[in-house]
Design a protein around this ligand. Structure first.
Ligand code: ADP
Length: 447
């Protein structure tokens, strides 16, 4: 049974329960406040009137006396039995029945049977007889009416309640059907671009649909990135593999001198190293992103660590570039030493690689707004504004011809992952032809 029907049934059942409880309550109250027995009711009516009788300045006060109340009739007589006032109908004639105080009797009149009840009000000098009459088969009908109405109306109320609850629950559950449809279409078509995009509906459903949409978006980005990564990686490995195969083929084709063989093996070794470095970088970055490897952060003096790392840095080719450092002392952070040294190394390597011959590279570390800001500045070729977004992508290179020198386009992607793992970020300021400044920021510990 669907949740909608279940909900509608539950609401209907609750309405039925409440209706039955109200009915029982009304019937019990009714039973206590209004006697069901006509004789009893008649006695009450006559007694009530008797209590209201007043005689003032030679006259009876009639204002508070009733002649009729819900099926019961009253007549008033003086002490001698002369009729003063009556509300008896024409077919009600009890004149030949003598008065008898406080006794319920039955009497026939007009072919019908009545209860009659007499009461004498004695006021010393004056007296008054009150005679009440009521049909013996009178029933006050309240219980009957309530029950009859209930039998007629309750089914209608229950049907309306059930349909209403079903309608409201289907409106409420409609977004869930949309979510299910979208999820199904995504899994059937293997296409993560679908979105629920719920415009109308209850607030909670909109939140749920929003959460699903954000999840789909993130999944789509992840899958796209993975697809891109696999295709880029296979593309990057294809070149060295092709070189190795060509070199082997060339060496096998005819007899070579020992020197020629050595040269071929040298080329193969070079490509092998390139592939190995590429695989290392790929693995490193994938582990960082997927969190498969633990990189524990430990508190330490970052200033000291960066000074030592900078001292140990040896550029692949310095091209007459001068190197200076400006490190503020005593900046403490939680960091992973091997990752930070890798980031510093990547940034310095790039500064030399893309720096101008005879130029300068500057490494600085400062405390800025509770963060440790490590900057590497060069005065080299710079990066165009449109490329500044792309440099963080894996394998992206402004000038792939430079990849001969061991560049793979993974260095900055790695730096970005390292920054994220430390709860920080990395940014670039650059102008083509003027140079670039890369700044890595990670949270500092207040000393
Ligand atoms: P790689 O240096 O191995 O190519 P990176 O991820 O380190 O890969 O850098 C990506 C690209 O960003 C480089 O190919 C280069 O075009 C550009 N780049 C990085 N650092 C600098 C820099 N200091 N100056 C100019 N361009 C740079």
């Amino acid at each position: 049974m669907s949740a909608k029907v279940r909900l509608a049934l539950w609401v209907t059942f609750m309405v039925l329960l409440v209706s039955v409880m109200v009915l029982v309550f009304v019937l019990v109250i009714n039973r206590h406040s209004l006697p069901e027995d006509p004789a009893e009711y008649l006695v009450d009516f006559v007694t009530d009137n008797a209590n209201e009788v007043e005689f003032d300045r030679g006259r009876f006060e009639w204002d508070d006396l009733s002649l009729y109340r819900r099926g019961a009739y009253c007549a008033y007589y003086d002490a001698d039995g002369n009729l003063l006032r009556a509300a008896f109908k024409e077919d009600m004639d009890f004149s030949d029945i003598p008065f008898k105080a406080n006794v319920i009797r039955t009497a026939e009149s007009g072919g019908r049977e009545f209860y009659i009840y007499d009461h004498y009000v004695d006021m010393d000098m004056y007296g008054m007889w009150i005679r009440g009459a009521i049909l013996t088969d009178s029933h006050f009908g309240i219980t009957d009416v309530i029950l009859r109405l209930t039998v007629m109306i309750l089914p209608i109320i229950l049907i309306v309640t059930f349909l209403g609850a079903l309608w409201i629950s289907s409106i409420t559950f409609r977004p869930i059907e949309k979510i299910v449809d979208t999820a199904n279409s995504i899994s059937d078509a293997d296409d993560l671009s679908g979105r629920i995009a719920l415009k109308r509906g209850p607030k909670e459903m909109k939140q749920l649909a929003g959460a699903f949409d954000r999840m789909f978006e993130r999944l789509e980005k992840l899958f796209d990135a993975e697809r891109q990564f696999t295709s880029d990686a296979s593309h990057e490995l294809r070149t060295p593999t092709a070189v190795i195969l060509a070199e082997c083929d060339h060496a096998k084709r005819k007899d070579r001198t020992l020197k020629e063989y050595r040269e071929s093996i040298g080329h193969i070794e070079e490509q092998g190293h390139r592939m190995s470095a590429l695989i290392d970088e790929l693995l490193g970055i994938t582990r960082l992103q997927q969190g498969t490897e633990k990189y524990p952060l430990s508190k330490g003096d970052l200033s000291e660590f960066v000074s030592v790392t900078a001292e140990g840095f040896v550029p692949q080719d310095d091209r007459g570039i001068s190197f200076e450092t400006d490190i503020e002392s005593g900046i403490c952070c939680s960091f992973n030493a091997s990752l930070i040294s890798r980031a510093v190394y990547n940034l310095l390597q790039n500064a030399y690689k893309y720096g101008k011959e005879g130029g300068s590279v500057r490494l600085s570390l400062k405390r800025e707004d509770g963060m440790a800001a490590l900057s590497v500045e060069d005065d080299g070729i710079g990066i165009s504004p449109e490329d500044q977004e792309k440099i963080w992508q894996r394998f992206w290179q402004a000038d792939p011809s430079r990849s001969e020198g061991g560049s793979s386009g993974l260095g900055l992607a790695m730096v970005r992952e390292i920054a994220a793992l430390h709860g920080g970020d990395v940014s670039v300021k650059s102008a083509p032809g003027e140079g670039s400044t890369f700044t890595l920021r990670i949270p500092a510990i207040s000393s």
